[in-house]
Design a protein around this ligand. Structure first.
Ligand SMILES: [Zn+2]
Length: 244
């Protein structure tokens, strides 16, 4: 049990040091994430508008060929008008002519509207683009800064992570799960010592009977107030020694 507690406490020491390295990064990782999200959002808007514009161009070209085809027909129909032999043929032809003319009109109007919309989209894209450029340059700056900090601590971080992996390998899965769960819930400290009869995690007094049991290092106790794993000062000393 003593060994198990020492190992758990060693893990806490390593994690504290890793946390400190993480803190050196300040709000840079958050800022980088925020900027990335903003850039993606605006870029998505631009892409969507570009897509609509491109689709509109294709549709306009299709419409133009259709207009050309209808125009050809129209010419044919009009030429045929001179050759009609009866009213029935004449009516049928004028009907075709009217239909072609109104269809051409409809397609031209549709193209005009799409052209106006494309112009609006083009302006909107032009308005959005400088924003993305600015955000990208902010992102670059923050990333450079963050990389500098990470680089400066790279060796130390690797050393700590390797050490951590070795310690973790010595801990039984259920104990590691308890440790991880508490650490996550309480943001940092999962295992703490008793200091001046109190839990050093939440500063609540530990009942004296519990303190006596704790000093025997025979069981895994958790603080009744904050839920952290509580160990004696002796365990902390052993852990520090094992790491040095
Ligand atoms: Zn506590």
């Amino acid at each position: 049990m003593l060994n198990k507690l020492v190992t758990l406490f060693s893990l806490q020491i390593i994690d504290d040091e890793l946390d400190e390295l993480e803190e050196l990064r300040g709000d840079l990782p958050l800022r980088v994430n925020g900027l990335n999200a903003k850039i993606k959002d605006i870029q998505d808007q631009i892409d969507e508008k570009e897509k609509t514009k491109a689709e509109s161009l294709i549709q306009r070209k299709t419409n133009e060929s259709e207009i050309e085809r209808l125009d050809e027909n129209l010419k044919k129909f009009k030429a045929q008008l001179y050759k009609v032999r009866n009213n029935k043929e004449y009516d049928a032809l004028t009907k075709e002519i009217d239909h072609s003319e109104s269809e051409i009109e409809r397609l031209k109007t549709e193209n005009d509207e799409m052209e106006i919309n494309s112009e609006i989209l083009k302006n909107e894209i032009e308005e959005l683009t400088p924003g993305v450029e600015q955000l990208n340059s902010d992102l670059d700056e923050n990333q450079v800064e963050l990389k500098k900090i990470i680089k400066a601590n790279e060796i130390e971080e690797t050393r700590l992570k390797e050490k951590r992996a070795k310690i973790v390998a010595e801990i039984k899965k259920p104990d590691l799960n308890v440790y991880t769960r508490i650490r996550k819930a309480l943001k940092g400290k999962a295992i703490v010592t008793i200091q001046r009869s109190a839990c050093s995690g939440c500063h609540n007094i530990v009942p004296s009977q519990r303190q006596i049991e704790l000093r025997q290092n025979r069981r895994l106790f958790t603080c009744e107030s904050c839920g952290r794993i509580l160990v004696s000062a002796e365990i902390a000393e052993e852990a520090a020694k094992s790491l040095s």
